[in-house]
Design a protein around this ligand. Structure first.
Ligand code: AMP
Length: 181
């Protein structure tokens, strides 16, 4: 299902730009104003439900932390399980981790080793609020493959296309972005 121009506008208008956060020169895309706008939030979730209800997915994997909000809501709508992909040191059981490079230094994401174990070759949709350089999503996609699940698609509410982050991520599976910025 394609999102109408009007619905795209409703979602886009509900996202607030914060200049110079968390540091000078960054325009932070604030989705809290989407979440507290019941019309925009419904339009978005209806769209995601429509798109993914025919994918026969087994799990949604959400990326820490805003990917949890959309991912858990979508998993509930599709009546499937939700798996968190977290920043290092937050998950309590045995994990698999993947390092990735930031502008200065490195970061790591982790998933529970047994997160997808109940369904062999589980079909997984990965979701986050935004893809910028693609470093986080690329590492998360590797994690999903490393625990023997199958990444079917990566979904982002926003894609900062000028950073070309989807290039690396689309090597794992198709990338879908609701809004291209
Ligand atoms: P990247 O690994 O560079 O693709 O960065 C993606 C992660 O950082 C996502 O989890 C986003 O939530 C967050 N992020 C990066 N840039 C922004 C931005 N301009 N506004 C809001 N979140 C951002």
């Amino acid at each position: 299902m394609n999102l109408s121009k009007e619905d795209k506008q409703i979602i886009n208008d509900s996202i607030r730009d914060i200049q110079d956060f968390p540091k000078k020169g960054i325009v932070f895309k604030d989705i809290t104003t989407l979440l507290n706008n019941k019309e925009a939030y419904q339009v978005l979730m209806n769209h995601l439900e429509e798109r993914y209800k025919t994918y026969d997915l087994d799990y949604i994997a959400g990326i820490d932390a805003r990917g949890f909000i959309f991912g858990a809501a979508l998993a509930d709508r599709l009546k499937i399980g939700f798996v968190p992909i977290r920043k290092k040191g937050k998950l309590p059981s045995t994990t698999v981790c993947e390092k990735y490079e930031l502008e200065y230094g490195f970061d790591e994401v982790e998933v529970h080793l047994d997160a997808f174990k109940d369904i062999p070759n589980a079909k997984v949709l990965m979701i986050d609020d935004l893809i910028a350089t693609g470093g986080t999503a690329n590492a998360a996609a590797k994690l999903i493959n490393n625990v023997n699940a199958v990444l079917v698609e990566s979904c982002f509410i926003m894609n900062l296309t000028f950073l070309n982050g989807s290039e690396a991520v689309s090597k794992h599976a198709p990338v879908y972005s609701v809004l291209e910025i």
